[in-house]
Design a protein around this ligand. Sequence first.
Ligand code: FAD
Length: 487
Amino acid sequence: MPLRTGADYLRSLNDGRQVMLEGERVADVSQHKAFREAARSIAHLYDIAAEPANRDLMTFTSPKTGEPVLRAYQIPKSHADLRQRRLFSQKWAEATFGLMGRTPDHVAGFFCGYASVPEVFAKGGQKFADNMVAFYERMRDEHLYVSYAIVPPQIDRSKPAHKQSDPGLYAGVVKERDDGIVISGAQQLATGGVLSDWLQLSCIHPLQPGDENYANNVVVPINAPGLKLFPRRPFALRADNSYDYPLSSRFDESDSYVVFDNVFVPWEHVFIYRNIEVSRDQWWKTTAHTLGNHQAQVRYVTKLRFLAGLAQCMNEMTGNAGSPPVQVIMGELAAFVTIYESMLLAQEVMAPIKNGVLWPAVATIYSAMAMQSEFNGRMLEMVRELAGGAFITLPSSQADLESPLTAPDMERYHRSASTDAKNKVALMRLIWDFVGSEFGSRHQQYEKFYGGASFLVKTNVYRNFDWKYAGGLVDAALALPPIGGAE
Ligand SMILES: Cc1cc2nc3c(=O)[nH]c(=O)nc-3n(C[C@H](O)[C@H](O)[C@H](O)COP(=O)(O)OP(=O)(O)OC[C@H]3O[C@@H](n4cnc5c(N)ncnc54)[C@H](O)[C@@H]3O)c2cc1C
């Protein structure tokens, strides 16, 4: 199959998917203002990947078809392979300034990780492992965009899935048939769901005996009968123009609460079925979680570089860039960015190879993610600190700069030492959309929670840290011989 272009992608979106917005069903997400520009941003990614000049950077040869396919689907077997995956994702992340988290390369990483250790799925029966590998190959060879919902809804966290007030609340199996299974219930939180081709449903929360109906891993086409997506309030809908909302208007990838209403899944799309042990092992005994989150870190580093650039341009605009106290704050910001750049490389350099598959360095990835939930807010605070009242003194909209009634005052009083009012306001609007608008605020929540609540991520670090080595140093210190002579 030839590489997918942006036009192919946009055409495929009008497929009858059930996206419910403001009490109505969206007729075509590629045309609706809430999703249209985000869809175009994804289309642009496919065009970048299909560009012949980017062939080596963005593709590798499918071992099955011999055709070029996206590197996002490349199972890394060497350090060089993981580096190539990074360069692929970086190229895509640069096109969205790191502001779209669940681009097609995110869940692609999970499926590469699953397919590289299919034995984990075979524990539930060989056919499930075979299904997994076959779907991974299909994703790769047909350039599919899969989103996922792997967290049970926040209904009553004090009780396990099967003890909720109604066992049909969490998405789970309600019927088994000869040809497949039927799923009903809700799951969160499919970022990019409305823009994707398929949805993966599984569960990353720990499950306990009795929760078997929720211990699954399946995929369904996004237009599957009975599958409904309920996106949160779209920021793009309220962004009345791209000058005042340069980011909200283009990169609002949307996050959807997902409802399965008796959705049929044929066996070939079932990879885990009512198996709590395999449901747990899929995350921790394959490279899925680390490969998917390696992509997330590539994107995050790009976003941080953009943030540093925004802050520096703002300081230059306000004439503060040369001030030593400002340079101290900027040095701290740059230190955080550099730490994340280095952590990203460390995930690759320290990656072990096991049974011919490269495992991104687990403790390093989780450490970066765990601290991201705290440091991200701190970095945004630095930018707010440096801005003073800059965002709040801005004119009410682009119209103030255009109307003959207001433009003369705007031009006179909103200029900066280095540029005119239109450019100055454009930069400040860009920064506000990053740090302070509703879009920016959702991003802060995203960076805190996209990989799970931080207490869980810290538990992952705990489980993977080399305590034995650290404890050995303590033993060595305690075993030091006494110092002889008078003390
Ligand atoms: C913008 C955004 C996009 C997302 N995109 C996706 C996606 O595409 N796909 C997907 O599947 N998921 C996605 N997620 C993640 C996911 O849906 C959850 O939000 C995330 O895993 C956190 O779980 P929760 O919301 O249920 O929070 P909870 O688990 O309910 O935790 C909320 C808070 O309660 C406290 N808490 C709860 N239990 C404990 C405990 N045992 N010990 C200490 N403190 C505790 C903590 O303060 C914790 O931060 C996304 C999240 C966000 C915010």
